[in-house]
Design a protein around this ligand. Structure first.
Ligand code: SF4
Length: 326
């Protein structure tokens, strides 16, 4: 793994939002949305961010694309520190980093035909020399994502949900990116369509050597698509490792709870236990001292409230739990 190119890296990436009082005035309290995340994404892999809603995974994904500015920390892309890049400098980076969003209908302008939606990045970045060349590229992109090029002059509402997501993917592919950040890209789709889109993403990854940062709350989807998984709880990373290792033997108590709640694909086994987290749900404004998971953790000891567990190596993965590996 160490010889592989690190495409994107975060160092101590943090996002805090100041809380406003009822008059809209900022107070001293802050929401700790993402706290001190160190992460590496290797070229050609799919790394998934998982965790319950509000754990900070989407905020982290958006900071990684600079759609949200971090409160502190650094962001490196292809070895360059892009944290302080100007909009002009970022425009060059955006040719290599693209995003696919959850709701394809909301992310596509309903007044634009598929042609304009897909060609927009080509126009913005002045990629094609002529209108004809641009049209050729748009038709080629439609073909790549499985949409008949004859539908080039249709509007988003004339496509199905799956087709709309394919158009979003075609637009994201237009500039030959290296990294695609996919934020819940299939959660708004029917299950049968989900697998078609996931297979398309896998095929495109192989064909164009793409790297994916995949954000999802759906552990079935994540298992299918990911090489590695990063589990988050209340703005912090709990565990990062290879998919099979994490699903086969989760080490962090929170990862174990998440995975036990996933229905098994094997009808003999059914649900693995339907275990539901108990205890007080901590606040991102006043996170618990020490380990942020301790108010819900059945294994918490005194040390868990006194000292924050570091994200440390346990075998081939990293785990932030005092008890992991003991
Ligand atoms: Fe539970 Fe303590 Fe591990 Fe946190 S550090 S997950 S509280 S055992």
């Amino acid at each position: 793994m160490s010889e592989r190119e690190i495409l994107l890296e975060t160092r101590n990436l943090t996002k805090e939002y100041p809380l406003k009082n009822s008059f809209g005035i900022r107070g001293k309290q802050v929401v700790h949305a993402v706290s001190g995340v160190d992460l590496q994404i290797f070229a050609g892999e799919t790394l998934s961010l998982v965790g319950e809603s509000g754990c900070g995974k989407s905020t982290l994904g958006r900071m990684m694309t600079r759609l949200i500015e971090p409160t502190k920390g650094q962001l490196f892309f292809e070895g360059q520190d892009i944290t302080g890049y100007s909009d002009r400098e970022m425009s060059r980076v955006y040719q290599k980093i693209q995003m696919i969003f959850q709701d394809p209908y909301a992310s596509l302008d309903p007044r634009m035909k598929a042609r304009r939606i897909i060609e927009e990045p080509l126009v913005t970045h002045k990629v094609c020399k002529s209108k004809e060349e641009r049209e050729k590229r748009v038709r080629e992109l439609m073909g790549m994502v499985g949409i008949r090029p004859e539908l080039i002059d249709r509007y988003p509402h004339q496509f199905s949900g799956g087709q709309r997501q394919r158009i979003g993917i075609a637009r994201a592919l237009a500039l030959n990116p290296r990294l695609m950040v996919c934020d819940e890209p299939v959660s708004a789709l029917d299950v049968s369509i989900q697998s078609q889109i996931l297979n398309l993403l896998k095929d495109l990854q192989e064909q164009f050597k793409l790297t994916y940062l995949f954000i999802s709350h759906d552990l079935g989807v994540v298992h299918y698509i990911s090489d590695r998984i990063c589990v988050m709880f209340l703005g912090k990373v709990c565990e990062i490792g290879k998919t099979e290792e994490i699903y086969g033997d989760p080490l962090h108590p929170y990862t174990r709870f998440l995975l036990r709640a996933v229905p098994s694909m094997d009808p003999e086994k059914g649900h693995k236990g339907q275990e539901i987290l108990t205890g007080e749900i901590p606040s991102a404004v006043n996170p618990p001292s020490g380990c942020r998971f301790r108010t819900r953790c059945p294994y918490a000891k005194e040390v868990c409230g006194q000292r924050e567990p570091e994200l440390r190596n346990v075998g081939e993965r990293k785990v932030a739990c005092h008890m992991a590996g003991e």
